[in-house]
Design a protein around this ligand. Structure first.
Ligand code: INI
Length: 155
């Protein structure tokens, strides 16, 4: 027996948790995620957007939303760009680890759509310019995971 999520229209509501930091990039990730959801049959009426100050704040809010029982999936969107100090490592590491922890704690897909880049140019390229839109990809992953979890035992 093979279990694999498909890309058919998923049930339920979807939450986007988006950082305001580097908003010029994150706004494009939000647009990409909403576009992907719409293309998979999830209209605006089933999408809630929650804004947080920075990527460091995403996990707490993602976990709260994931545990609420209101959402089929939570899509985390942010952009961390390396500066002159090691601050980047702490923010990016906390966001990645915290989002993974939130997913395990709440039992619904909590998808990692946080860019971790060396430069603003790299980030822009991954937010709809030259290298796709990671927000779009995160939302497609959420759709696949919701459809996979529907099939798996223990759901
Ligand atoms: N937050 C980001 O989302 N991206 C960044 O690049 C960033 N940098 O570089 O500092 C950033 N910092 C803010 C951080 O997420 C928290 O909001 C802040 O530390 C307060 O907890």
């Amino acid at each position: 027996m093979l279990y694999e999520g498909d890309f058919s229209p998923p049930p339920g509501r979807f939450a986007l948790v988006a950082a305001r930091f580097n908003a010029v990039v994150v706004d494009q990730l939000v647009a990409g995620a909403a576009d992907a959801l719409k293309r998979h049959g999830v209209g605006d009426d089933r999408i809630d957007l929650v804004r947080v100050p920075g990527s460091y704040e995403i996990p707490l809010v993602a976990q709260r939303l994931g545990k609420s029982g209101k959402y089929a999936a939570v899509i985390c969107l942010g952009c961390v760009i390396r500066g002159d100090t090691d601050h980047y490592d702490y923010v990016a590491g906390a966001a990645a680890n915290g989002i993974a922890t939130a997913a395990l704690n709440c039992g619904v897909p909590v998808v990692f759509g946080v860019l971790t880049c060396e430069t603003l140019e790299q980030a822009i390229n991954r937010a709809g310019a030259k290298a796709g839109n990671k927000g779009f990809e995160a939302a497609v992953t959420a759709v696949e995971m919701v459809n996979l979890l529907k099939q798996l035992p223990g759901g």
